[in-house]
Design a protein around this ligand. Structure first.
Ligand code: CA
Length: 230
């Protein structure tokens, strides 16, 4: 049986809705769209989507208010929400996450990045819907089998390096500081020095780059680390 996850796009810009619809349908999702908050509420009450892509700037009811309202409803509070924000709305992003959004993407974003985020959020909320394989360029991570390949060749990773790589692959294109990596991979409550991150990044690099000409991990000076672009 194939499960086709359904996505509701709430966005008032028709061109962006169509771009999202095209890319999500091509990746095997079912797509519904609403152009404002009221329409979205009606749509959700008729057919519960597996995930909502919610634009921050909407006419009438704002994306933030809609998010709050969905989080209050007993039948809608568990629907994963990804907020779409404009660049520079850093504090808005944080407010969005506090309001209960599961993740956010910043305009302009690549379809590839968006689909990866959708899959990652679905995987966290419902493992059966998200698929068990992450892909980025030559890298492939089978989460169920705990197996990593680069260009078809097996890569052997320790548990910490596996979690690091998984975190990068779930957020392709994002740069993470050492502190963010510590929080995400080791956990907030663990006392680890930031230098430890460098040690594990070095091991991760050695393992994934072994036998390859290009570095799969990007060092961003004074900012942190990211996956190399595809
Ligand atoms: Ca908008």
């Amino acid at each position: 049986m194939t499960l086709k996850p359904s996505i509701l796009i709430v966005e008032d810009e028709a061109a962006l809705t169509e771009m999202l619809r095209y890319n999500l349908e091509r990746e095997g999702f079912r797509v519904a769209a609403a152009s404002d908050g009221e329409e979205a509420l009606v749509s959700v009450s008729e057919t519960r989507p597996d995930l909502i892509l919610l634009d921050w700037m909407l006419p009438h009811l704002s994306g933030l208010d809609l998010c709050r309202q969905l989080r209050r409803g007993p039948s809608t509070r568990d629907i994963p929400i990804i907020m779409i924000t404009a660049r520079g709305e850093e504090s808005d992003k944080i407010r969005g996450l506090n309001t209960g959004a599961d993740d956010y993407v910043t305009k302009p974003f690549s379809p590839h990045e968006l689909v990866a985020r959708v899959r990652a959020v679905l995987r966290r909320s419902r493992p059966a819907l998200g698929g068990a394989t992450l892909r980025h360029g030559e890298l492939e991570m089978d989460l169920a089998a705990h197996r990593v390949r680069r260009a078809g060749r097996d890569v052997h990773l320790g548990p910490t390096e596996f979690r690091l790589l998984r975190h990068f692959m779930e957020h392709p294109g994002r740069v993470f500081s050492r502190e963010q990596l510590l929080d995400a991979v080791w956990g907030r409550d663990v006392e680890v020095e930031q230098r430890t991150v460098d040690v594990h990044i070095r091991r991760l690099r050695q393992a994934v780059n072994n036998g390859h000409d290009t570095d799969a991990i990007r060092t961003v000076r004074s900012a942190g680390y990211a996956l190399a672009e595809e």
